[in-house]
Design a protein around this ligand. Structure first.
Ligand code: UGA
Length: 438
């Protein structure tokens, strides 16, 4: 099938390569000329495991192309994906300005009937405005520009794997024709055993917010438990294991630490709360999730202060700057929130990250960068694990201890076992577990 993709960010670009990989003819477009120039040269504009290779493979095969022209992406397309950003307004509400602009682009350039897919995360009810815009702009197509909601559930750092092997493909549509087009589009995935769930459009839109908010709720629940475990002398990792052994709860997303970040959870929870408010339902649970998440960062500052006494003139090494492992994304990154708080209290902050260092420096120019974790630790008064990159789990902790000015390790992601750290001669301050001294 011929597929157009408007917006080549984290969601749009992965949509492009995965649909081209299963044999569709895909044309991507973006308003950022530099991004398109990079893609035309075959360069992925962000880091994601396997993306560079798949981009190369699918463009070489002739099934994927990029251009700055929305007309090229939209004209003759059977399906057009809207994958533009929906950033938060000051009120927390999602801004849908780019979604409307994309709808106008589709209307202006469509040469015939097409299915227009909302892939960006949007508040329930957005499809109604999208549909109205398409009809108003193209009365001649008489409603044959049909709107479908097909929310994306991929995780950064696993985006290619998730896109090619989705847990489920959610399709919200209004007509048999639109469902039929989407079934055909995803036929290869279904043949491989990946299920499609079909709903009405509002349900699909709302389900996306419901999933993200629930995952964030699990994380904040674990972080609130961590605060109580710290006061009670209990171990939050063991508590999460007990909870997770109940299949009704599940162990995933119960890891306490620095909390969630990234471009999805913080923004989606706010937008979901605004949507609820607009619909006349007070949903304070959502703001509580966000409050506990902020507390997860201040709790680590408290831990560092407790270990170092005054923070003025102390040097703190942050291991990991991205919001999670496997990505160079630093948007709403908890490690950067931590760096800001430490600097406000007078500490010097040095950071190391295998992928996100340059992005972090761009966001926080005062941050010192180190070329490796040992260099970051060198002369610092404590090291803090902020992102659970695999390479940190393999660290030579004796070398870390020797490099540090004070032998103190704060673990904001609980990646080590206490015995292992203490055996290396470090004083260990994990999250939601008792601290241990060598
Ligand atoms: C999230 C969802 O997991 C995806 O299903 C969804 O498609 C995506 O948002 C989106 O809406 O686009 P993502 O933001 O890539 O994906 O990252 P996650 O793996 O969900 O992690 C989010 C944050 O939670 C990270 O900062 C991570 O470190 C943190 N986290 C995760 C915890 O603090 N504890 C946990 O137990 C799990």
């Amino acid at each position: 099938m011929r597929v157009g993709v408007i917006g080549t960010g984290h969601v749009g670009l992965i949509t492009c390569v995965s649909l081209a990989e299963v044999g569709h003819q895909v044309a991507g477009t973006d308003s950022e000329a530099q991004k398109i120039a990079d893609l035309q040269r075959g360069e992925a504009p962000f880091f994601e495991p396997g993306l560079q290779e798949l981009l190369h493979q699918t463009t070489e095969s002739g099934r994927l192309s990029f251009s700055c022209s929305a007309a090229t992406a939209v004209a003759d397309a059977d399906v057009v994906f809207v994958c533009v950003g929906t950033p938060a307004r000051a009120s927390g509400e999602a801004s849908l300005v780019a979604v409307e602009a994309a709808a106008r682009d589709v209307a202006r350039h469509a040469t015939g009937p097409a299915v227009v897919v909302e892939k960006s995360t949007v508040p329930a009810g957005t499809s109604l405005s999208l549909k109205r815009t398409l009809r108003r702009e193209r009365p001649d197509l008489g409603g044959r520009l049909e709107v479908v909601s097909n929310p994306e559930f991929l995780r950064e750092g696993h985006a290619i794997e998730d896109a090619l092997h989705p847990d489920r493909i959610l399709i919200g549509a209004e007509t048999d024709h639109a469902f039929g087009v989407m079934r055909r589009l995803y036929a290869t995935f279904v043949a491989q055993g990946h299920p499609i769930i079909e709903t009405d459009i509002q349900t699909a839109e709302l389900a996306k917010h419901a999933c993200n908010a629930f995952l964030a709720l699990k994380i904040s629940y674990a972080n609130a438990l961590a605060r109580i475990c710290e006061r009670a002398g209990a171990d939050v990792v063991a508590v999460a294991d007990v909870m997770g052994s109940d299949p009704r709860i599940g162990r995933a997303f119960l890891n306490a630490g620095l909390g969630y970040g990234g471009y999805c959870f913080p923004k989606d929870i706010q937008a979901f709360q605004r949507l609820a408010g607009r619909l006349g339902y007070d949903f304070p649970l959502l703001s509580e999730i966000a409050r506990i998440n902020q507390e997860a960062v201040t709790a680590v500052v408290d831990k560092i202060r407790e270990a170092l006494w005054n923070l003025e003139d102390k040097r703190v090494a942050l291991l990991g700057l991205s919001f999670k492992p496997g990505t160079d994304d630093i948007r709403f990154s908890p490690p950067l929130a931590l760096a800001r708080l430490l600097r406000e209290e007078g500490a010097t902050v040095v950071g190391y990250d295998p992928e996100a260092a340059a992005n972090a420096k761009g966001e926080l120019p005062e941050l010192e960068l180190a070329p490796d974790p040992y260099d970051a630790a060198s002369g610092a008064h404590c090291a803090v694990v902020c992102t659970e990159w695999e390479e940190f789990k393999q660290l030579d902790l004796v070398r870390v201890r020797d490099a540090l000015a004070y032998p103190i390790l704060v673990d904001g992601r609980n990646i080590f076992e206490p015995d292992q750290v203490v055996a290396a001669g470090l004083s260990y301050h994990p999250t939601g577990r008792p601290p241990v001294e060598p």
